[in-house]
Design a protein around this ligand. Structure first.
Ligand code: FAD
Ligand code: SIN
Length: 526
C-alpha cells in the first residue's frame, strides 16, 4: 500500500517532534515511531539542555567549552552557530509548554556539568527529558496536519536502487523518495512516498552490554543511510557516561546525572579514596571521556566492578528536592543518597558520530535530512560536551525545517516506486538465533571496542562480527520480516562502522583511546 506525504519524519524524540511541529503548517506530515510516541532517548534525559542565558556567561565561553571537550575535532563554524541559536530554540520549547526550574527570584535555576566552565544547563528537576517529551507529544497529538504512525518500523529508505539503478556512495547523485515502513500491528510493509524525508532515529547504545539507552536505540537510521550509500562519519567516538547506577544485568542502566557532580558529589574508589584529582585538575567535573577513562582505570587496577559517587556531605533536603527521581530509584534499592554512597559504573551513552550532514541538516543523499543523535554535524568532535545534544537536536530541527520547507515546494513525488518485495521471505523467524546474536554483538563490542581499545582487540572484533554479519544476512534473506531481526541487522552494520572507523584512527583522541597510539602531550593523557 502506498501513501504520500510532503514530509516523512522517522523518529519521535526531540529532533523529530520539533521538526514535525515546525513544518506542519505547510504540508502533510507523517511522524513514525517504532514504539509509542513517548518512547525515545529524549525521554530519559536528566541533566538538561545547555544554553547561554545570563551574564557573566557568554557565547564565547560556551563555544570554548564545547571546543575543548571535542578535543580539536569540532567544526568551529558549527559550534558558533549552534551555541548562538540555542537561546531562540529554548524559547520555542517554552512556547510549546516546556517548563524549566526557576529560582525564587524568577531567573532560571541553571545547573552545571562536566566540561562546562559556567552554570548554563536548563533543567526540570532530574527528569528534563520526560518534561520535553510529554509537552511536545501533546502538541503533535493535537496537530491536524500530522499523521501519527506509532508501532511503525522504518526498514529501508527508498532510492534509485529500488528502481534497479546502480548507486554509489561517491557520486553524490542519490535521492531519497521515502521509506518502506513495517506496520508492527498488521505485519504489512507500507510504501511511504515523500518529498522530503528526515531521519531522527537517535542513538546506538544497544551495541553494548551496559547502556543508559532504552531498547529503541539500535542505530536504525544510521544503518539505513549507510545501506542507501549515504556518508557516515566519526562513529569511533562512542561516549560512555561515567556514572550509571551499578545494577548488574539491568538494561537500560539507570543514569546518575552528571548534574549531581555539578552539585558537589564526589567520586571515590570502593575503599573511600577520592581519585579524580590524580587524573585531571578539573577533578570530578573534567570532560566525560577523561572521567570515564579514569573510572575504568581505577576499576581495572583494583579489580572492582564499580566506584562510588558520594553526595553524603551535601545538604539532604536540597539533594532530595533537586534529584527526586534519583533519590527514589536509589531508595528502592535501599540506598539513601543523603547517607549512603551510590555504586556507579560507566555505560555506553551517546554516539558523537552518525549521518554526515551540512549546516542545514542535509545528508549526502538528496531530499534526505538527518537531525539529532543520528546525525554528525561537527558540533561534538571527538567528545560531546554534556547537555549539548538536546541543544543540537532542537537547533538542527529548526534549521532543517526552514531549509526543507523551501525544498518541498520544488520537488515532486516519484511515481514509479515498487511495493515491498515479500518474495523469498517465508521462513518463520527463529528467535533463539536472533537473541543469541544480540548477546554476541554486545560482548564483542563491550570487550574489544569499549572505553580502551587496541589494534588487536579491534581486529578480533571485526573478525567475530563478520561471522555474525554473514549469519544474520542469510537469516534476513529467508525469514519473514521482524523488528528484532531488522534491529540486529542494523546494530551489526553500525558495529562494523564503529570498528572500521576506530581502526582508521592512528591516534588516541577524545573518546577513542587506544593502547597502540599514545595521546599527544596535553592535560588529558593517561
Ligand atoms: P531520540 O530521542 O532517541 O528519538 C529517536 C526516535 O526514533 C524514537 O522515537 C525511536 O522510537 C525512533 N526510531 C528509531 N528507529 C526507528 C525506526 N527504525 N523506525 C521508526 N522509528 C524509529 N542529552 C542532553 O543534552 N542532556 C541530558 O541531560 C541528557 N541526558 C541523557 C540521559 C539518558 C539516560 C540518555 C539515554 C541520553 C541523555 N542525553 C542527554 C542524550 C539525549 O537524550 C539524546 O541524544 C537526544 O534525546 C536524542 O534525541 P533524538 O530526537 O535525536 O533521538
Ligand atoms: C546527564 O544528565 O548526566 C546526562 C547529560 C548528557 O548526556 O548530556
Amino acid at each position: 500500500m502506498q501513501r504520500r506525504y510532503d514530509f516523512l519524519v522517522i523518529g519521535s524524540g526531540l529532533a523529530g517532534l520539533s521538526y514535525a511541529l515546525k513544518v506542519a503548517h505547510q504540508g502533510r506530515v507523517a511522524l513514525i515511531s517504532k514504539d509509542g510516541l513517548e518512547e525515545s532517548n529524549t525521554r530519559y534525559a536528566q541533566g538538561g539542555i545547555a544554553s547561554v542565558m545570563y551574564p557573566p556567561d557568554d557565547y564565547e565561553k560556551h563555544i570554548e567549552d564545547t571546543l575543548i571537550s571535542g578535543d580539536g575535532l569540532c567544526h568551529r563554524d558549527v559550534v558558533e552557530m549552534v551555541v548562538r541559536e540555542a537561546p531562540a530554540q529554548i524559547e520555542a520549547l517554552i512556547d510549546w509548554g516546556v517548563e524549566f526550574d526557576k529560582k525564587p527570584d524568577g531567573h532560571y535555576d541553571l545547573g552545571r556539568e562536566g566540561g562546562h566552565s559556567y552554570y548554563r544547563v536548563l533543567h526540570h528537576k532530574d527528569n528534563t527529558g520526560e518534561e520535553i517529551q510529554r509537552k511536545l507529544v501533546r502538541q503533535v497529538r493535537n496537530h491536524p496536519q500530522i499523521d501519527l504512525l506509532e508501532q511503525h518500523f522504518a526498514v529501508d529508505l527508498i532510492t534509485q536502487h529500488h528502481l534497479g539503478k546502480h548507486v554509489s556512495r561517491q557520486n553524490g547523485d542519490i535521492e531519497c523518495y521515502g521509506a518502506y515502513v513495517f506496520n508492527l500491528h498488521t505485519s504489512k510493509v507500507l510504501t511511504l512516498l515523500s518529498k522530503v524525508t528526515v531521519v531522527a532515529t537517535g542513538g546506538i547504545g544497544n551495541l553494548y552490554d551496559t547502556t543508559t539507552n532504552p531498547e529503541i536505540a539500535t542505530g536504525d537510521g544510521i544503518a539505513m543511510v549507510y545501506r542507501a550509500k549515504g556518508i557516515i562519519e566519526n562513529m569511533e567516538f562512542v561516549q560512555f557516561h561515567p556514572t550509571a547506577l551499578y545494577e548488574p544485568g539491568v538494561r537500560p542502566a539507570f543514569l546518575i546525572t552528571e548534574a549531581l557532580r555539578g552539585y558537589g558529589a564526589l567520586l571515590r574508589t570502593t575503599d573511600g579514596r577520592e581519585f579524580m584529582e590524580n587524573y585531571d585538575k578539573r577533578g570530578c567535573l573534567a570532560p566525560r571521556d577523561v572521567v570515564a577513562r579514569a573510572i575504568d582505570n581505577e576499576m581495572k587496577k583494583r579489580g572492582d566492578d564499580f566506584v562510588y559517587l558520594d553526595g553524603t556531605h551535601l545538604e539532604a533536603q536540597g539533594l532530595r528536592e533537586n534529584f527526586p527521581n534519583i533519590y527514589q530509584k536509589c531508595l528502592s534499592l535501599n540506598i539513601d543518597i543523603t547517607k549512603d554512597y551510590i555504586p556507579v559504573t560507566p555505560a555506553a551513552h551517546y554516539s558523537c558520530g552518525g549521518i554526515k550532514v551540512d549546516m542545514n541538516g542535509c545528508s549526502t543523499i538528496g531530499r534526505l535530512y538527518a537531525i539529532g543523535e543520528a546525525s554528525c554535524t561537527g558540533l561534538h568532535g571527538a567528545n560531546r560536551l554534556a547537555s549539548n545534544s538536546l541543544m543540537e537536536a532542537v537547533v538542527y530541527a529548526d534549521r532543517a525545517a526552514r531549509h526543507s520547507l523551501k525544498q518541498a515546494g520544488q520537488v515532486a513525488y516519484r511515481e514509479d516506486i515498487p511495493e515491498w518485495d515479500y518474495s523469498g521471505t517465508t521462513y518463520p523467524e527463529e528467535m533463539v538465533m536472533i537473541t543469541q546474536n544480540f548477546k554476541e554483538v554486545h560482548q564483542i563490542m563491550s570487550n574489544y571496542v569499549g572505553i580502551v581499545r587496541s589494534n588487536l582487540r579491534l581486529e578480533r572484533a571485526l573478525k567475530r562480527l563478520e561471522i555474525i554479519y554473514n549469519e544474520t544476512e542469510e537469516l534476513y534473506e529467508k525469514s519473514t520480516l521482524s523488528q528484532r531481526l531488522c534491529e540486529l541487522r542494523n546494530l551489526i552494520n553500525v558495529g562494523y562502522l564503529v570498528i572500521k572507523m576506530a581502526q582508521e584512527m592512528r591516534e588516541s583522541r577524545g573518546l577513542h583511546y587506544t593502547l597502540d597510539y599514545p595521546r599527544k602531550k596535553s592535560g588529558r593523557e593517561f
